[in-house]
Design a protein around this ligand. Structure first.
Ligand code: GDP
Length: 526
């Protein structure tokens, strides 16, 4: 394997959580350990505080200036870590789902007080679709949260994955004393508001070690011993296998705000997290160690300055070596393209890179050649699969308010939906345009951007649909179905037929009446 060393030292992952669980805080602590930032507070939250377009636009504008926030690359203990940022707001969940297609593993942050929240469950569903390995960090142990045994049960039940604690808390809230590391049998003592140092780490032979009695009071020591005995009775010694297959999630307890338990997590992460993995394509599985380069675009970031309509496409490298100023094959457009200024994001700075390896994410300047899911290769014709569109949850018809600006509107909506801001459906055999989104905020953003970037004014007309299902089946059945259900059948941007259901009841009825047709809730983008 030509680039074995480069591949084996890379880890590409995302931190995900329900808003407010502590994703930004944990990200910041990781970057501090990696030396990528020097001070706390350097990581800007991408949180939309008010449900307002202006809030979103401001965040995006700041990001446009410093796109580095989308990818953070840092080194820790000789490992090159690519940390991909995901939006927390649920209206932009699809952006998060797509980012998850570009990582090899995930750290999921759960709030010890709130437990598993709605968005956490959905994110886990997406991880499950791809068997992405997940490590869980139970955060905010400095607050009075749920009992850790109950939390384990809740994680298993709601996230539908088996879990295994690798660390265990001694109390919580005001009485939080520290964590016992079940993996390497050590105790880390907690000092609130004080950075944990290596002296706070005490290595033990066994849980019977007398030093435990000196470190904790009698009842805490007894509780810890009985907890650990119980846990050791329930769980087999930790093995990487089930974690790597996405069947079991190791669990850590700590407090991101106090930088407590974070080093434990990061140390274990670099040890057990998978290196860049093989990926399925339309033709075959592509191994990272292959000599020839390949990669795909999973995110497009627009420059929100209307005078500069350029965009940055984020490319995940899947195999071989990417080189600057070299021609690569753009599979969908069937043309060769090269890049003179590809970016990397080391130490949170945008740097022009000469080359990049599997696991890396680079930013490519784009003037409209890319859409999400596009594949680049060294000549071979395939595209990466598993980058689906999900069914939107809100549907609105796009109404042009200015007939003189029809062209601008068409172009604008095409480009915005290429970026993945929303999904565009066109009436089958007609020209009505229907936009599908996950949240209302997305519609506001589209309206704003169409006006400010393309000079096209539009309004939206709410439609009574609840789900979009891509339909497949034999040609004749599909033909008959679309003729009878004309009002509900639309085409996505790639010409695939989609049935818009008014309600679950309608959908179930159609399913029963048409067993010859399959209704899919996600589509591959191609
Ligand atoms: P995100 O929305 O998931 O990115 O969450 P943030 O990192 O912005 O954290 C949300 C809030 O929780 C902030 O006010 C943090 O200061 C706070 N927070 C984060 N970690 C901890 C922790 O370990 N303990 C406590 N008490 N608060 C925390």
């Amino acid at each position: 394997m030509k680039y074995a060393n480069e591949i084996s030292r890379r880890r590409t992952f995302a931190i995900i959580s329900h808003p407010d669980a502590g994703k930004t805080t944990l990200t910041e602590k990781f970057l501090l350990f990696g030396g990528a930032i020097q001070t706390a507070g350097a990581v800007k939250s991408n949180k939309i505080k008010k449900h307002a377009t202006s809030d979103f636009m401001e965040i995006e504008r700041q990001r446009g200036i410093s796109v580095a926030t989308s990818v953070m690359t840092f080194e820790y203990r000789d490992t090159l870590i690519n940390l991909l940022d995901t939006p927390g707001h649920k209206d932009f969940a699809e952006d998060t789902y797509r980012t998850l297609t570009a990582v090899d593993s995930v750290v999921l942050v759960v709030d010890a007080v709130k437990g598993v929240e709605e968005q956490t469950e959905r994110l886990m569903e997406v991880c499950r679709m791809r068997d992405t390995p997940v490590i869980i960090f139970v955060n905010k142990m400095d607050r009075d949260g749920k009992n850790p045994f109950d939390l384990l049960d809740e994680l298993e039940a709601k996230l539908r994955i088996s879990v295994q604690p690798l660390s265990w808390p001694v109390n919580m809230g005001r009485d939080f004393k520290g964590v016992y590391n079940l993996f390497n049998k050590s105790v880390l003592l907690f000092n609130p508001n004080q950075k944990a140092s290596d002296e706070d780490l005490i290595m033990l032979e066994t849980i019977a070690d007398k030093r435990i009695d000196a470190l904790f009071n009698e009842s805490d020591a007894a509780q810890l011993r009985s907890d650990v005995e119980l846990l050791e009775g329930v769980y087999d010694p930790f093995g990487e296998g089930p974690y790597r297959k996405g069947e079991m999630a190791p669990v850590f307890f700590g407090s991101a705000l106090n930088n407590f338990g974070v080093k434990d997590l990061l140390d274990t992460f670099v040890e057990i997290a998978p290196r860049p993995q093989a990926r399925p394509t339309s033709v075959r599985t592509v191994e990272p160690g292959e000599d020839r380069f390949s990669g795909f675009v999973f995110k497009i970031h627009a420059n929100l300055d209307p005078r500069h309509r350029d965009r940055i496409a984020f490319l995940r490298i899947c195999s071989g070596r990417f080189e600057r100023n070299t021609f690569y094959h753009h599979v969908r457009l069937d043309k060769d393209v090269r890049f003179s200024n590809p970016y990397s994001f080391l130490a949170r700075e945008k740097n022009v890179v000469d080359d990049a390896y599997p696991g890396d994410v680079i930013g490519l300047f784009d003037t409209g050649n890319f859409k999400i899911g596009d594949t680049l290769t060294e000549g071979e014709d395939f595209y990466f699969t598993g980058i689906p569109s999900f069914s939107p949850e809100l549907f609105k018809e796009l109404i042009n308010k200015d007939p003189m600006k029809t062209k601008q509107l068409e172009k604008g909506i095409r480009q915005l939906t290429d970026e993945g801001v929303a999904q565009l459906f066109t009436q089958h055999g007609g020209n009505r345009k229907i936009i599908g989104c996950v949240g209302d905020l997305q519609f506001e953003v589209i309206q704003y951007r169409l006006l400010h970037e393309y000079g096209a004014a539009c309004v939206f007309n709410t439609l009574p649909f609840y789900k979009a299902c891509w339909i497949t089946g034999d040609a004749q059945s599909i033909d008959t179905f679309t003729r009878f259900k004309q009002a509900n059948v639309v085409e996505d941007k790639d010409g695939h037929l989609v049935y818009l259901a008014q309600s679950e009841w309608f959908l179930n009825t159609e399913r029963q009446n048409h067993p010859e047709i399959t209704f899919h809730f996600t589509s591959e983008i191609h």
